[in-house]
Design a protein around this ligand. Structure first.
Ligand SMILES: NC(=O)c1ccc[n+]([C@@H]2O[C@H](COP(=O)([O-])OP(=O)(O)OC[C@H]3O[C@@H](n4cnc5c(N)ncnc54)[C@H](O)[C@@H]3O)[C@@H](O)[C@H]2O)c1
Length: 333
């Protein structure tokens, strides 16, 4: 694959892995990121004259015709992400997720580029039927519980994208990402795996929110980003929505136990009521599991990296990071 692509949110967790994969495939890249949650450290090793970084908001950067010249694909990953961030400032999240998507879709249309929208399993809200299928009814909680606002913004993004496809023929594919994990994901916005790994490697108690019987399916980011590139390259996928994630779920208790075992932690885990962690109106869907029939049929999607493999890698990376931080600066003399 060659050509020129833009990744909004390119300095983020998923964006940086997507960039690495596309670059290896010979694609020229422009990574646009306002560094609100992303980091230059995620992409420093990738940057050269075929992989440029633009430190800016997506809407502003993509309004520049010079930047858009020759762009064949736009991967729109920029968003306010993470339950904690969403609860902290819902109005900022609503603006960032909806306004930015509208601007990115318009810029892609002007440039004649294909677009991939990174939506979320949060779109399903608390839909009680499993596995979650793309054409299901969406079920949200009351507006007094802020966490549903995130899923609603992502659902509106999908509406904007599908409308652009129907009315203007925009080549757009929507991916509903389920829990995606891997190197460079950070824990301070509420992401469960990096939080658990850090605690276990540091031999500290892991806080499991709720009773731990809730389930999630985790997919390695490299499987996810490979699928993104395949979806946007397939004309049969335009105007459609795809679940993107693993169909193997675990309870959060099980996840904690696996991390504790792999890290050799002796500190164990404890249960923290949701109310204590997130405040009185917090709700969390009990189970999340994607139906992957549609994406399997479209691109033959099958994750190759299993959960233990990713967890073991994350534990090693955390240990290496701590060892490097503890090492004395400078060499021996
Ligand atoms: N990680 C997951 O499990 C998961 C699950 C579902 C959906 N998603 C979606 O995938 C996308 C990437 O998420 P991530 O996990 O890599 O999070 P992330 O926070 O690492 O990445 C988002 C990036 O977007 C940047 N950004 C935010 N607003 C911006 C703006 N207006 N202009 C330019 N840059 C902006 C941030 O600085 C960050 O680098 C998001 O759209 C998210 O909603 C992620």
């Amino acid at each position: 694959m060659t050509g020129k692509a833009i990744i909004t949110g390119g300095a983020g967790f998923i964006g940086s892995h997507l960039a690495a994969g596309l670059k290896a495939d010979g694609v020229s890249l422009v990574l646009v990121d306002d560094l609100s949650t992303g980091s230059r450290d995620n992409i420093n090793g990738l940057l050269d004259d075929r992989c440029l970084f633009v430190h800016d908001k997506a809407d502003h950067a993509l309004a520049d015709p010079a930047l858009m010249r020759g762009v064949g694909q736009v991967y729109h990953l920029a968003a306010s992400v993470g339950v904690q961030r969403v609860i902290d400032d819902p109005p900022a999240m609503v603006r960032n997720n909806i306004d930015q998507t509208e601007a990115v879709l318009a810029a892609a249309r002007r440039a004649g580029a294909s677009v991939l929208i990174a939506s979320s399993s949060e779109v399903y809200g608390k839909c009680p039927v499993l596995p979650l299928r793309e054409d299901m009814e969406l079920v949200y909680g009351p507006t007094t519980a802020s966490r549903w606002a995130y899923g609603l913004t992502k659902a509106l993004d999908e509406h904007l994208a599908i409308d652009m496809h129907r009315r203007h023929g925009l080549r757009v594919v929507v991916t509903r990402l389920f829990n995606t994990i891997g190197p460079r994901q950070v824990g301070h916005y509420g992401m469960v795996v990096p939080r658990f790994v850090a605690k276990a490697v540091d031999n500290e108690v892991i806080d499991v929110y709720g009773d731990g019987t809730q389930t999630r399916a985790f997919c390695d980011v490299r499987d996810v980003t490979r699928a993104m590139a395949e979806l946007i390259a397939n004309p049969d996928c335009f105007g459609r929505v795809f679940n993107l994630g693993s169909d193997r779920r675990v309870t959060i208790n099980e996840l904690a136990d696996r991390v504790i075992k792999l890290a050799g932690s002796t500190a164990g885990k404890r249960l923290i009521p949701y109310e204590q962690a997130f405040g009185p109106d917090f709700e969390d869907p009990t189970h999340r599991l994607p139906d992957t029939a549609r994406i399997t049929q479209a691109i033959g999607f099958k994750p190759e990296i299993d959960l233990d493999q990713t967890l073991a890698e994350l534990i090693t990376l955390r240990r290496d990071h701590l060892a490097a931080a503890a090492a004395p600066a400078g060499g021996a003399n």
